[in-house]
Design a protein. Structure first.
Length: 307
């Protein structure tokens, strides 16, 4: 989360009125993440999170907010968007589509233990099952087509070594046949900073704005790449996931390539933010080198999915 769009107190107070939350007491920008503008908002009715969507079309935004409402209704710890009397989950604020969501308790963990990895594996599988009947989801906005297009745009901006690695990996991924892999709605960004914990349990799943239809295995690879610092942690993650949703033999075979695909996707996201930045008041840029090294390691020593 970052602040690209500044929101004044008076215009925010006017925007909040249809939600019936009482007097605006304070609002403060949240400096974390990369895509949207976010504020903590406190009113007489409680504390909330305000998100202004910088580059999301209205139809896509309707999906993201409806999905979070759907998952919260299924018992997942998802933020729930507040709607006005007309049922609108978002309205324009400072010229941008904006939504107010419930502020969930807890805090993220930097170094998860094996029990937390197992718990987040269960949570991910529960999310996949809870979203399975959500109608007509759009495709993953940062899926294979996005990787190809973004990679092509970035190639002239990279060092020769980076460009060679990117070209080779894009060719490898283009050759993968994923047609037999189970698909559904994936979170696509379930990093450690997007899960809150309270009383030893996940209390919040944040930032659904990369969600879309794709291979479920990709979501598991994204989580493994960020959460698992050891073989034991990976085994715990998989045990938690499999306790809710079995992993098929076809998925097991695709695992080495999918971990590479997940690393490639976030390498490209961070390269894009570095080389083609957007102006912002408070902007968090993350180092792409971590995912370049991770991708190189997976290419050098691919590992099978643990049993």
């Amino acid at each position: 989360m970052s602040v690209y769009t500044t929101v004044g107190r008076e215009e925010l107070a006017a925007w909040l009125q249809p939600l019936g939350l009482g007097e605006l007491r304070e609002h403060a920008g949240i400096a974390a993440g990369m895509q949207n503008s976010n504020y903590f908002v406190t009113t007489a009715g409680g504390r909330f999170v305000l998100t202004l969507f910088e580059h999301i079309a209205a139809a896509e935004l309707d999906f993201y907010l409806a999905l979070q409402d759907h998952l919260a209704g299924r018992g997942l710890p998802s933020p729930r968007p507040l709607a006005d009397a007309a049922g609108r989950r978002w309205r324009l604020l400072a010229g941008k589509p904006a939504a107010l969501l419930t502020c969930l308790p807890g805090a993220a963990v930097d170094t998860p233990d094996d029990a937390q990895c197992q718990a987040v594996g269960r949570l991910l599988a529960e999310l996949h099952l809870a979203a399975a009947d959500f109608p007509a989801p759009p495709a993953n906005p940062c899926g294979a087509a996005w990787c190809r297009a973004t990679g092509a745009a970035l190639l002239p901006l990279l060092t020769p070594d980076e460009a060679a690695l990117l070209q080779d990996e894009l060719a490898f991924q283009a050759a993968q046949d994923q047609s037999a892999l189970p698909r559904g709605i994936i979170h696509a960004d379930l990093f450690r900073d997007n899960v809150l914990w309270a009383d030893g349990r996940p209390s919040g799943v944040l930032d659904f704005y990369f969600a879309g239809a794709d291979c479920l295995l990709l979501d598991l690879a994204v989580v493994a790449n960020d959460w698992c610092f050891s073989d034991a942690a990976l085994a715990a993650l998989l045990a938690g996931y499999r306790s809710i949703r079995p992993v098929s033999a076809t998925e097991a075979l695709a695992w080495p390539a999918m971990r590479r695909a997940a690393a490639l996707r976030f390498w490209l996201l961070r390269l894009d933010a570095r080389h083609r930045p957007r102006a912002g008041e408070v902007v968090t840029l993350k180092d792409p080198e971590h995912f370049r090294r991770l991708l190189a390691a997976f290419r050098l020593a691919p590992a099978a999915l643990p049993r």
